[in-house]
Ligand binder design. Structure first.
Ligand SMILES: [Zn+2]
Ligand SMILES: [Zn+2]
Length: 369
C-alpha cells in the first residue's frame, strides 16, 4: 500500500486537539481509526487511553515496539484560564510514528510490529500504565524518538541517542519534639534538623566525572507560633543522576546523610520517593549504531550528530528497567524547537518531521523487512 499520509497535515491536525495525560480521548480515537484504515489490528484503552496497532509478519522474528507519546502540557493563560498545549512535541511524535506505520504496511516479513501510542508521558506514569496492561512482556526491541530543541542539535540534524538521566523527587519527613520556645532543651527542633539535613546534602560527594545533582527545592515546617519549637518539617529534593547505578548510590548517600544529620539533633528523617524513581536511558549499542546508519541515509552523515546527554526524564526507560531483555534505541529529531521544550509558546519546523518518520520507517524495515 502506498503511503498517502502527510506528516505535516497530521501534525497540524493533532496540534489542534491537545489533551492532558490520561485524557487523550480524541487523539487516541483518531490514531486508532487511522491504524484500522491501514489494516492494523487495533486495541484501544491500553493504560487507560493508549492505543496499540499490530501487524504480524509471515516469518518468525522479534516483537518490535515502536512508541510515541500522545499527551500535551497544562498551562494558564493571561486571563487565568487553564488550557492544554503541545509544548513537548508529542503531537509531532504521533504524526511521525503514524506515517512510519503507514510506510511499512505490506513490507513486514519477520516478527510482530506493535505500534504504541502511549498516554500520560508527562505524568511519568504512562509507561507504567501500559506495562501493567501486559503489552510489554513479550517485547524484544523498543524504538522511541523525541523532537529536540535548538539548544541540543540544529534543525534538520538528528542524533542516534538521547540519554536521559534518572530523576526523582525525594520527600524527607523530619520528626522532632515540640515544646515551649523558652525551654528549647526539652524538645527537638525539626526545622533546625531540616537545615542541618540541607547542609549535609550539599556536602554529598559522587564521582565528579559523571553528571548528577541534588537540590533542596522546598522546606516547610513550624509557623504554628513564633514561641513554639516545631516538631515537624518536610523537605523536597530534586535528584538526578546520569546512570541507574549512580542514582542508587546517590539515594543511599542522601538517605544516610538525612538520617545522620537528623539523628545528630535527636530527630528522625523518613526518606521516600512518592513518585518513584524514573530510570535512566539504557540503550543497545548495536541498535543505536543501526539508527545512526539510518540517520546518515536520511539526512546525510554531516547531519548525524553525537549522542545527546539530557538531564530530563522520560518514562520510556521503564520498559528496559522492568524488562532488561528489551533492546532499546531512542533517537533525537532536530526540529528547531524554539524557544525550548515545555515553553508555553513552543514552535517547531514541521518539515523536519519527515526525517523522523523516515528514520523510524527504515529502522522497522531493517529489523523486520
Ligand atoms: Zn515533556
Ligand atoms: Zn516529551
Amino acid at each position: 500500500m502506498e503511503n498517502t499520509m502527510d506528516v505535516v497535515k497530521l501534525y497540524d491536525y493533532l496540534h489542534t486537539i491537545p489533551e492532558l495525560g490520561f485524557e487523550e480521548v480524541k487523539t487516541a480515537e483518531f490514531l486508532a481509526q487511522e491504524l484500522e484504515k491501514l489494516g492494523y489490528k487495533v486495541t484501544r484503552n491500553i493504560g487507560k487511553t493508549g492505543v496499540i496497532g499490530e501487524i504480524i509478519g509471515t516469518e518468525p522474528g522479534p516483537t518490535v515496539l515502536a512508541r510515541a507519546d500522545m499527551d500535551a502540557l497544562p498551562f494558564v493563560d493571561a486571563q487565568g484560564q487553564h488550557y492544554a498545549n503541545h509544548s513537548c512535541g508529542h503531537d509531532a511524535h504521533c504524526s511521525m510514528l503514524l506515517v512510519a506505520a503507514a510506510n511499512v504496511v505490506g513490507k513486514i516479513k519477520k516478527g510482530k510490529l506493535r505500534v504504541l501510542f502511549q498516554p500520560g508521558e508527562e505524568t511519568l506514569r504512562g509507561a507504567l500504565a501500559v506495562i501493567r496492561d501486559g503489552i510489554i512482556d513479550d517485547v524484544d526491541i523498543a524504538l522511541g524518538m523525541h523532537v529536540r530543541p535548538i539548544q541540543d542539535i540544529p534543525d534538520g540534524t538528528m542524533s542516534p541517542a538521547v540519554c536521559h538521566a534518572s530523576s526523582t523527587f525525594v520527600t524527607i519527613d523530619v520528626e522532632g519534639k515540640g515544646c515551649h520556645g523558652a525551654r528549647p532543651h526539652l524538645g527537638v527542633n525539626a526545622v533546625e534538623a531540616a537545615v542541618l539535613i540541607a547542609n549535609a546534602l550539599m556536602a554529598l560527594k559522587l564521582n565528579p566525572a559523571l553528571a548528577w545533582s541534588c537540590k533542596v527545592t522546598g522546606i516547610k515546617g513550624g509557623y504554628v507560633a513564633p514561641n513554639i519549637i516545631p516538631d515537624k518539617a518536610q523537605m523536597i529534593i530534586d535528584a538526578r543522576a546520569q546512570t541507574n547505578e549512580l542514582m542508587d548510590e546517590l539515594m543511599t548517600k542522601l538517605t544516610r546523610a538525612a538520617q545522620g544529620a537528623a539523628a545528630a539533633l535527636g530527630a528522625t528523617a523518613k526518606v521516600t520517593t512518592p513518585g518513584g524513581i524514573i530510570p535512566a536511558a539504557e540503550y543497545n549499542q548495536e541498535l543505536t549504531d543501526e539508527v545512526a546508519e539510518c540517520i546518515k541515509e536520511v539526512v546525510g552523515a554531516d547531519k548525524c550528530m553525537p549522542i545527546i546527554i539530557n538531564p530530563g526524564g522520560e518514562d520510556f526507560h521503564y520498559f528496559v528497567r522492568k524488562f532488561p531483555k528489551i533492546k532499546a534505541a531512542y533517537f533525537g529529531v532536530g526540529a528547531g524547537v524554539t524557544p525550548g521544550l515545555h515553553a508555553q509558546d513552543m514552535h517547531l519546523n514541521k518539515n523536519s518531521l519527515h526525517n523522523g518518520a523516515e528514520v523510524m520507517t527504515k529502522m522497522i524495515l531493517k529489523i523486520m523487512g
